[in-house]
Structures are given as C-alpha cells and as structure tokens.
Design a protein around this ligand. Structure first.
Ligand code: ADP
Ligand code: MG
Length: 697
C-alpha cells in the first residue's frame, strides 16, 4: 500500500518545501508576501525561482508554465522549457525571478469582451503567491492572475482575489468591534462537491453531439432510467473504482484534499467532494479536479462528462458550493457557538448573509447562468431559478422571536435577548434536511446548489464574497459610531431580518406553490441565462461591484459580453451539430431501413403465396411519415440558423437563439427520438441512451 501521507502534496511547492529549501530570511520574506501581500523584492524572487526550479527538476519537470484561468471557464497554459544555451553547444537549466513573477503571453485569442483590441494583444500573467506552485505532467505550474496591458482583469482569479480582500476588510471591522484583535485576516472557505458522468470511450466517440457539445442532442428514453434509485450510493463498479483510485492519488499528489466519492442518482453518475480550503485554492483545485477527471477517465477507456445535462430524462450534474467565513486564527464565523458573545456575532453574520442574498438575488442567479445550466435550474431536479434561503426551523424560530420580541418556543423556552442569552441548542442535522433549497444553511456553512458541474466556482464566490462584504460594510458603518453596542446589534439583527425575511423559504422549492408564493413575495424568477445576464448591468449591481473594487465598470461590461456571446455560440454549435447528424446519419439510416423494408415488401408481393405485409407496411409508413416531419423541422432549424447571422445587438441575438434556435432544436429532437423507437437497432447510427448509460460495466 502506498503511504498516503508521503504522497500527499508531493508535487506541490508548499510551505514545508519552502521552509526546507529556502534560506531562512528568504523564507521569511516569502511568507510575509503570501500572508500580507507585501511586494516581493527582485533578489528574493530570484532565490525562490531557483529553489523552485531545482525542486521541480528533481521531480522530473522539464518545463514551467504560468497557469491561469481565462474567461473560457477552463485553464490555460503555455509551456517553456528551463533550457538556456551555454554557448558551447550545451544547455543549462534556468528559471529567473522575473519569469516566476510575470509572464507576457500573447493574449489576443482569449475572450476579452472588447477590453483589449488585438493590436494590444499583450496580456500579463502575474504570480498569485497565495496558491502554491505544483508539478503537473512534467511541468512546473505557477498559478497566476491574467490581466490586460492596462491592468483590467481578463480572468476569473483576479476578481476572486479582489472579492476576498473586500470581505476581509469589512469582516475585520466587525470583529474588531467585538474585541477580536487576534484575527489579522478573514478568509472565505469553500468545499465544492463535484458531480460527473462516466461513459465508455468508444460510445462517446460514436456520438458527434457528445464530442462537439458535451451533451446528447438526441436519444429516446431507455427502458430503465433512475426510477429505481438503485445507483445512488450503490456499489462502485470495478472499472469506476480503478478510475476513482487513480484520480484520488493524482489529486493527493497535488495537495487536493479529495475526500468523498460515491455513485450519484443517475445511472453512470458519480460525485467527488474535497475537504474545504480557502476559496482561492479551492477554485484552483476544482479546476484541477475537472481536468484530471477527463484525462484519467481517458486512460481507463472512459469519457468523463462534465456537462450540466448530458442526458434528457435523468438527472443532470451540478456542483454544491459549500461556503463559510473564517479567521486566520481558525474561527468559523458561521458557527453558532455557545456563548452569548459568539451568538450575537453569529446572528450578525447570519443576517448579513440573509440581507445580501435578498438584495442581490439577481447576481446570485446570474452567477450560475449558462446555456447548459438552463437545462437544470427549474427542472425539478435542481434548485429552481428562484433564489431563496433555507435556514432550518430552529434558526428561523429564533429570528422570528427576536423580531417579535417574544420568547423562542423551542424545546425549552428562551428569552431571546442578544448578547445576554445563550442560543438554544439546536440539532445540527435539522439545518440540512432541505435538499431542494438553492442556498441552505448546513450547520456552520452555506451550501449554494445552483452551480453547474462544468462551472469554475470563481464566479459564484466573487458574488457571494462581495454581497456579504457590502452587508458587513453597512453594519460596520453603524456600529463603529454606536454608543450602545449591544442594543444597536439587537436592532440591526431585528431590522435586517424583518426587511429581508421574504428570502427565507424552508419548504419544497420544487413545488408549483413556491413559484406562486415567491412571486407574491416579489422575489425574482429569472428563468434563463438571457433573462439573468442583463442584471449585471443594473446600476445597483455596478455600484456594488465597483464600490468594493471587484470589477471596474469596463470589466463588468466585458464579462456581460463574453457570457452572452458564449451563450449564443453554444447554441449555434449545438444547432449545427444537430443539422450535421440529421443529414449525415439519421436520415440516411432511415433510408437504409426503408430500403430494406421496401425490398422485403417487393419480394413478399412477388411471392406466389398471399403473404401478410401489415408489419412492413406499418413501419414503412410511419418511418416515411416521420422522416418527412424530420425534413420539415430540419428545414425550420436551418432557416433559423441562417436568420441568426443577421446583425443584432447581443441581447437580441441571445434572445433569438433561445426563442427560435432552441425551440427549433427541441422540435426536431422530438421527432428524431420517436423515429429511434421505430428504426431497427442495427440501422440506428448512434449509440442509444441504454447503451450510453449502461456502457461501463
Ligand atoms: P453533505 O451532506 O452536503 O455531503 P458534508 O458535511 O459532507 O455535507 O460537507 C460537504 C462539503 O462542505 C465538504 O466539501 C466539506 O469540506 C465542506 N465544508 C465543511 N465545512 C466547511 C466550511 N467551514 N467552509 C467551507 N466548506 C466547508
Ligand atoms: Mg452537499
């Protein structure tokens, strides 16, 4: 058996390695830079780079790369080898502080949403010292932020770091008021649970839709779906188990705290959950998890599908973003605690989150928006598109009691007076019963469940950090001037809860009644990506994001453009793939089968006996009729695609894709799926749902 403790982090240039390999004073400066963001002097960068190179070369690395997260949602890397000519035909291995700290990739082919003209192709990658360098596939990877020549963020990491700073600033103000001077930093933490599908690689390669779009664009329902619920937590098949084992080991080497693995609800669906860590590192790690899932699945003869809805009729895949706020001294600020002092602080942070989610429902919703995730949200398998919060009956009871100034009628009677009474004990598990809530309090953290499986978790956490920073900012402004701290806290908790409790819903979020109720409460219901993205540009949201220096106005506009374009492009690719498959595979297959049936009919009719031809005629007729329908729907889709090339403003263009292209695609699929049930299996040109979902044995 491998020694996991030695394996863990063996490919990471982490604190222990730095301490062991760097001279004491260099290590000290480096540590200061990591913890306090101080400037890294040139000679220190050089020394660190050299130690890093020596360590990496010992581990077999030949190249280095600035590893960054452009707006494509995946990661980017351009590898440079360590070699440097020595003049005598030989080379030495070199890596300078300059190369470590800053890179200048030609950035013209990454989405910038108009932030950077191609003639200013230069972009900068800048070392993020808060996330450790690591070796992946023989390359030393240096986590970096990516920005334009003029300093605008072109990636997901830069605004995430800015949002972490924003909440750090505001939360520290609050802590100071509570007399906590030990904490030097407040950090948000995240544990993202990752869902995915594994199917056989040959099946994957036989489906152009999976190859080009990540999801099946056709497929009749298989005889068995997830109705027996026999896959969830079921026994893991040997092939999947071998994959999971290798995945765990490779992730551990990179210091990823891979912890839990199990089968999910849909056939061939699985989940991996790591132990939580700081949001920045959790984001980097989640990107690595997704990448490794794909490459390791491939090694095991399988394909990993991270798309939010690879198959109609069975559950799609999401990502649960478990989020909390903690201090550098190890205190979880969302832990209810059991002393009055902690209670008051906890309740203040709790209502800060409640206020934030209510005021910025739209930002939360749009942070989980994509063409692929539109298939999930509101489809009774994932949270609805309505953002609400679950806090459990006990916490709600407590807040209700505070609001009305009455005693909390829990198991025992408690007079709720903040700062004096201890919070009544409430069983932790009672806060985690509602699996339908988009944003649920789960004991000492919140679980945001709207994210799609393929998402970078950066976007949703940028929003979460910033909106909570804003609540804390407003509270701190009041409390710093307070003459009666205890009474002012009590009135903030009471007032905030009163004003924002409409966002709390402890019932079934999948029910029709909730949609009506939410509407009555005035909550927003932004059903699609196209409905939600324009909210980015609302004044209140621009004001918030610019106030906390998370985005400049230009950056917000660029992100809006990029996300809208990605939506249109996704649907465009799907539409073209559909046309291609129907013309190139589905229609020819129907013709082949019809030809076979016609031949048989002809032979039967010339046969001397009087043979019954009902079956052949039945199938022939129905297939011929449905094929004609397919042609009609195909033509409609092709016309819509043509129409999509007209010049439109981006919002109108996205709406066109949603209303015309998507509708035409759905109608075409319906007929093709029906045809699939009529055409002989040997003629059907692509693997069926049954074959795909049960392909890994
Ligand atoms: P579930 O019932 O949803 O599976 P778990 O208790 O297994 O809940 O936790 C799910 C995730 O929440 C894990 O990744 C875990 O590390 C993470 N988590 C736990 N505590 C925190 C915290 N304080 N901050 C962020 N994430 C946390
Ligand atoms: Mg969970």
């Amino acid at each position: 058996m491998k020694d996991i403790t030695n394996l863990f982090g063996s490919m990471v240039f982490n604190d222990a390695v730095m301490q062991a390999r760097l001279p004491k004073d260099i290590y000290k400066s480096m540590k200061k830079t990591i913890l306090q963001g101080t400037h890294l002097e040139h000679d220190i960068a050089n020394a660190v780079a050299n130690a890093m190179k020596e360590w990496a070369v010992e581990k077999g690395a030949t190249h280095f790369t600035h590893w960054f997260q452009p707006m494509t949602g995946t990661t980017a890397e351009k590898h440079d080898s360590f070699i440097s000519p020595e003049g005598n035909g030989k080379v030495i291995l070199e890596f300078s502080g300059k190369e470590l700290v800053r890179g200048e990739p030609d950035a013209s082919s990454f989405p910038s949403g108009g932030l950077r003209a191609t003639f200013e192709a230069r972009g900068y990658t800048v070392w993020d010292t808060t996330s450790y360098a690591f070796i992946k596939d023989g390359t030393l990877c240096i986590p970096t932020a990516f920005c334009s020549y003029s300093g605008e963020a072109l990636d997901k990491k830069t605004p995430l770091l800015r949002s972490m700073e924003a909440i750090d600033r505001q939360a520290l103000r609050i802590l100071k008021l509570f007399g906590n001077t030990a904490a030097k930093r407040v950090i948000t933490t995240v544990g993202p649970e990752q869902e995915y599908f594994l199917i056989d690689k040959d099946m994957f390669l036989a489906r152009p839709d999976l190859i080009y779009t990540g999801r099946t664009l056709f497929g009749a329902r298989p005889p068995k779906g997830q109705e027996l619920e026999d896959h969830y937590f079921g026994c893991i098949k040997p092939r999947v188990s071998a994959f999971m084992k290798e995945l765990d080991e490779e992730l551990w080497k990179l210091g990823v705290y891979a912890k839990t693995k199990h089968n999910e609800v849909a056939p061939s669906q699985h989940e991996l959950a790591p132990i939580f860590t700081t949001t920045n590192i959790a984001t980097d790690h989640n990107q690595i998890v997704m990448e490794f899932m794909k490459t390791i699945a491939d090694k095991h003869g399988m394909a990993c599908l991270l798309h939010e809805k690879p198959f109609a009729g069975v559950n799609g895949s999401g990502k649960h973003n478990n989020w909390s706020i903690g201090t550098d001294t190890g205190i979880n600020l969302l832990e209810p605690g059991d002393t009055p002092q902690d209670n008051a602080q906890f309740l203040l942070f709790l209502v800060a989150v409640i206020k934030a989610i209510d005021e910025y429902q739209d930002l939360m919703r749009l942070s989980a928006a994509s063409a692929a995730n539109d298939h999930r949200l509101g489809a009774n398998e994932a949270p609805p598109a309505i953002v609400s919060m679950f806090i459990g009956d006990e916490l709600k009871g407590i807040l209700d009691a505070i609001e009305s100034g009455t005693s909390y009628k829990g198991k025992e009677k408690h007079q709720m007076e903040i700062g004096v009474t201890v919070l009544p004990d409430f069983p932790k598990d009672s806060t985690d019963r509602n699996r339908t809530s988009p944003f649920a309090f789960t004991g000492n953290k919140f679980e945001f469940r709207m994210l799609g499986s393929a998402f970078s978790i950066a976007g949703p956490n940028i929003v979460l950090n910033t909106i909570v920073a804003e609540s804390l900012n407003q509270f701190a402004d009041i409390l710093e001037k307070s003459k009666d701290f205890k009474s002012d806290i009590a009135s903030i908790v009471k007032k905030t809860y009163s004003e924002h409790k409409r966002i709390i819903f402890n019932g079934n979020n999948y029910s029709e009644e909730w949609v009506m109720e939410a509407q009555k409460r005035g909550l927003s219901n932004l059903k699609t990506t196209v409905d939600s993205l324009p909210k980015y540009l609302e004044k209140k949201n621009i004001d918030l994001l610019t106030k906390h220096h998370v985005f400049s106005e230009g950056e917000i506009h660029s992100r809006y453009e990029i996300l809208m374009e990605a939506y249109c492009k996704t649907l465009h690719i799907e539409a073209l793939t559909m046309v291609d498959m129907v013309k190139g595979e589905i229609i020819p297959a129907c013709m082949d089968y019809q030809r076979e049936l016609v031949d048989l009919l002809r032979q039967k009719k010339t046969y001397s006996g009087n043979l019954d031809c009902t079956v052949e005629e039945h199938f022939l007729n129905n297939i011929a009729k449905l094929s004609a329908c397919v042609l009609k729907k195909l033509t409609a889709l092709e016309n819509a695609i043509l129409e999509s090339s007209q010049d439109r403003e981006i919002l109108a263009q996205a709406a066109f894709f949603r209303d015309s292209i998507f509708t035409a695609m759905s109608e075409l699929r319906l007929i093709v799926d029906e045809l699939e049930t009529l055409v002989a299996k040997k003629h059907w040109p692509i693997p069926t749902y049954a074959e795909l979902l049960y392909s890994v044995i």
